[in-house]
Design a protein around this ligand. Structure first.
Ligand code: HEM
Length: 193
């Protein structure tokens, strides 16, 4: 009898988990909302956009630490709830100085992730695996899914001043698409657990 009940529970649990993985995730967090359908295909990046991204990245890399910090300061100013999420991750006895070092390190890690993705635009499986695993880890850090989409627009605002002489709508679109692609797989990873 116990065994039968256990089997029934396992079957129900696994089908519930499967439903969750394939469901359209709609999440509302005050004025932020996100709808993510893991069944939809990932966004595409054209050959011209790849060229633009690689060309821009060579320039941005010279000031990578600054761009990373400006992205995060901008993100925290426009969305204080992201700052709060970071604060809650901070251990109780972390000093202000240590906390700032954690934020700086995270800003650099985000830049490192952009670097990895740009150099893997022609290796889509690798890019997918890297971002999906990063999404799983962010879910474990208790990061809300709707925060992921906020990074792209802030990042674009931070790089524009460095590329003002060459910036066109095409550049804007190329960077938007890169972040859409990264977010797609990060969120897919977040929804998979
Ligand atoms: C495109 C967006 C993001 C990227 C590429 C990114 C990247 C990273 C990377 C590479 C790490 C290092 C540890 C690991 O690989 O697991 C990390 C850690 C972490 N991230 Fe993110 N992240 C993003 C967005 C966010 C957001 C929006 C939050 C909001 C609270 C966040 C919170 C954290 C926390 C708490 C950690 C662990 C502590 C740390 O190692 O700094 N991340 N992230």
């Amino acid at each position: 009898m116990y065994l039968l009940r256990r089997i029934k529970t396992l079957i129900t649990e696994s089908s519930q988990r499967r439903d969750y993985k394939t469901a359209v995730i709609s999440s509302n967090n005050n004025e932020l909302s996100t709808t993510f359908d893991p069944q939809k295909p990932p966004p595409e990046i054209s050959e011209r956009e790849k060229e633009i991204l690689t060309e821009c990245w060579k320039i941005v890399q010279q000031d990578v630490a600054k761009v990373g910090i400006i992205t995060f300061v901008g993100l925290f100013e426009t969305h204080p709830e992201v700052h709060e999420a970071f604060m809650s991750f901070r251990a109780e006895n972390t000093s202000e100085l240590e906390y700032n070092a954690i934020l700086r390190a995270h800003a650099l890690r985000v830049m490192g992730t952009v670097d990895k993705c740009i150099y893997r635009l022609d290796n889509r499986e690798k890019l997918r695996d890297l971002m999906t695993e990063l999404g799983i880890r962010h879910k474990n850090y208790s990061v809300k899914i709707e925060f992921i989409d906020l990074m792209g627009p802030q990042f674009i605002s931070s790089i524009k001043p460095h590329l003002v002489a060459m910036w066109t709508d095409e550049h804007e679109k190329a960077w938007e698409n890169l972040f859409k692609l990264m977010s797609y797989y990060i969120r897919k990873g977040m929804c998979s657990i």
